[in-house]
Design a protein around this ligand. Sequence first.
Ligand code: GLA
Length: 528
Amino acid sequence: MHHIESQHHCHNRRGSVVLATILLALTFVRISLGIALVRARQAQLPAADLTGNWVVRTPNADGTFRLTYFNLKQEGSRITGSIRLTQFYYLIVESTGGAEGFTITGTMKDGKNERRVKYEGKLVRDELRIGTRRRPEDQLTELVAHRTAAGEGALPARIAPPALHKVKDNGLARTPPMGWNSWNKFAGRVDDATVRSIADAMAGNGMKDAGYLYINIDDTWEGGRDPQGNIQTNKKFPDMKALGDYVHKKGLKLGIYSSPGPNTCAGYEGSYGHEDQDARTYAAWGIDYLKYDWCGARTIYTDEEMPAVYQKMGDALLASGRPIVYSLCQYGRLDVWKWGADVGGNLWRTTGDIRDSWDSMTRIGFTQNELAQWARPGHWNDPDMLEIGNGGMSETEYKTHMSLWAILAAPLLAGNDLRSMSPAILAILTNREVIAVDQDKDGKQSTRVWKSGDQEIWTRPLSGGAHAVAVFNRAAETRKLSVRWADLGISRKSRVRDLWEHKDAEGAWPEYSVMIPGHGVVMVRVSR
Ligand code: GLA
């Protein structure tokens, strides 16, 4: 290089051209040599180095394993096969490299969407070091896969969904279910001791008296299956029947969770191919509520097959002979509100997962307007569990959360740690006047009757000719608003009861002027 630079400096044009040509030729020779070398090295490798079934076994704290399978076939520099993990199953559609360094891209259909995953790895002796990045700029999280028996971790064969019929109404959930669910706060950390102490708290802190009834265990209670195919609990739940007895003695009910797929969302054992057997097991344990989460079913079925797949468990629960509330969780796909009741569902999720933030809560809560017509006693739209008390929102925002869910006739499933909440959070969760709106026996879900910028008014007809009215301020600053009752179709002079102030509003006729804090709500009951 020094030599070439010095030639450039003497400004001899002809000399430069000759030298540049030589340099180009040399580079070409170098590249060709490099390619030849790589080819030679590849040729030395055994033809199918990566070929085989590889598994990563990551222990969960409960005796189960998180399993990831790479079933690979290498032909020269082409890698095909599949990747299976938790609820996902990808077919490899692109690959580069070989055993010394490769990438594979997998794809799967998920309803209308395509999911993609990309791994990069290399073979080091008999270990497959393989990893993925969430974003290209992220560090590689490396897993170590070992060879395992062919066929292990293969996706089970498809079972054709049954023909559709109408499942008889189980007569449960005449008002929206109330209780607690483990997921929002505890996720994979829920265990027997936690559930017992949550039941103690709920029975003793006034929540049970206010109507909260179900203690629902979400994902990660599952173990494997015994040789007869019976579902087992994992180490975190040594005796589900005993836990059921404990919860029942408190005057509460116990709920559980599963998936129609081979795996749940967290990758645990699902009910696929064992629906009747699992329903019987739940009944024997004293289970009163099942949340049935699509998850791994996406590896086997299309969205259009959802009704038949959900009907299967609807039938199984009825056949179990025990009254079990049936909660559908498939994120509102395929307009579930139109068929959820027909397959035996008492409630159905209408959206993806809630998070403990103002954005997430309002994005879900304020987009339920079109669904009001589908809610009725026994069959409810479910905008997901409450985040009240989990710390990501202010008390004002949690009051809005509670008010919105109540006026929507949504299930009220607390998702916080009931053993350690502040009196203010307990007061929000146990506001009996707001709960009475949620639990109104007519079961009519609210609709939005007015909106201007960040202000919205939602009303809900209540039994006996009364109305619930919630005035929401989605802006960050306090706003003043005047509500003229006649504009809302309420023309007879009525009593206006403020459900958060717990008193009748004075001078509220024929219009009511309210100051609403930023992200806050004024909620009233208007009745004669
Ligand atoms: C899904 C559901 C959640 C929760 C988790 C558990 O994401 O929508 O509510 O049940 O699975 O894995």
